[in-house]
Design a protein around this ligand. Structure first.
Ligand code: PGA
Length: 249
């Protein structure tokens, strides 16, 4: 059985005190939630603050990015070991904003996925097409490249640890959600690719989140699709009441 994973990606938002207040509200809202795992991904500077708030609760801590080297002369970077040290259990890898603005490629995504796994954490590998790619009928090609590139060289055991987030770029922060049927179609493709890469058992075990304008009023329908196993939420995760409402899908 795949337990849905509902994750808040706070992106570049929240001071430490704002992060603390929101994390406290999420911990409160998550009490007694057993039908889903709850994860918060604040900016690096708030990780320690949020780690303290979620300690002992069922809310988990994740980072939004990572560098693949462990240590050394890499000014400005943060390693997987340091994220583990601060209490992270998950790391988002290759979010479309990283691909779009910071030169993330399938190759760097792959190095990051491996570094996260090596440190005993769960990578959330983001895949998904732009509007131009969708309109050019390239969804299958792009998602296949993101999957094969990002997951290259992983054993079946490692693949089973990974979470995939399907995030169509045209739906992120735009208020345009993929319809449940559109999302399900790509999630099914991702599941087929997982089967090719790691076999039937791996494909059945790996969670595939949907992301892109998930809101309290569309989460239930999306979560009702057979291959949608959670949500990676940006905008609606920044307010306690909307995130709490999402948890009740
Ligand atoms: P959104 O962002 O919910 O604001 O569309 C989702 C994401 O980018 O992870």
């Amino acid at each position: 059985m795949r337990i849905p994973l509902i994750a808040g990606n706070w992106k570049l938002n929240k001071t430490r005190s704002e992060a603390e207040a929101l994390a406290k509200a999420v911990v409160e809202a998550s009490r007694g939630v057993t039908h889903a795992e709850v994860l918060l991904c604040p900016v690096f500077t708030s990780l320690e603050t949020v780690a303290r708030v979620v300690a002992g609760s069922n809310v988990k801590l994740g980072a939004q990015d990572v560098y693949w080297e462990e240590a050394g002369a890499f000014t400005g970077e943060v390693s997987a070991g340091l994220l583990k040290d601060i209490g992270c259990t998950h790391v988002i890898v290759a979010h479309s904003e990283r691909r779009q603005f910071f030169g993330e490629t399938n190759e760097t995504a792959n190095r990051k996925v491996k570094a996260v796994l090596k440190n005993g954490m769960t990578p959330i590998l983001c895949v998904g097409e732009t509007l131009a790619e969708r309109e050019g009928n390239k969804v299958e090609q792009v998602v296949t490249e993101h999957m094969r590139g990002g997951l290259a060289g992983l054993s079946a055991g490692e693949l089973a640890q990974v979470v995939i987030a399907y995030e169509p770029v045209w739906a992120i922060g735009t208020g345009k959600t993929a319809s449940p049927a559109q999302a399900q179609e790509v999630h099914a493709l991702i599941r087929r690719l997982l089967k090719e890469l790691g076999g039937e058992e791996v494909a059945a075990a790996v969670r595939i989140q949907y992301g892109g304008s998930v809101k309290p009023d569309n989460v239930k329908e999306l979560m009702g699709m057979p291959d949608i196993d959670g949500a990676l939420v940006g905008g609606a995760s920044l307010k306690a009441d909307s995130f709490a409402a999402l948890l009740k899908f």
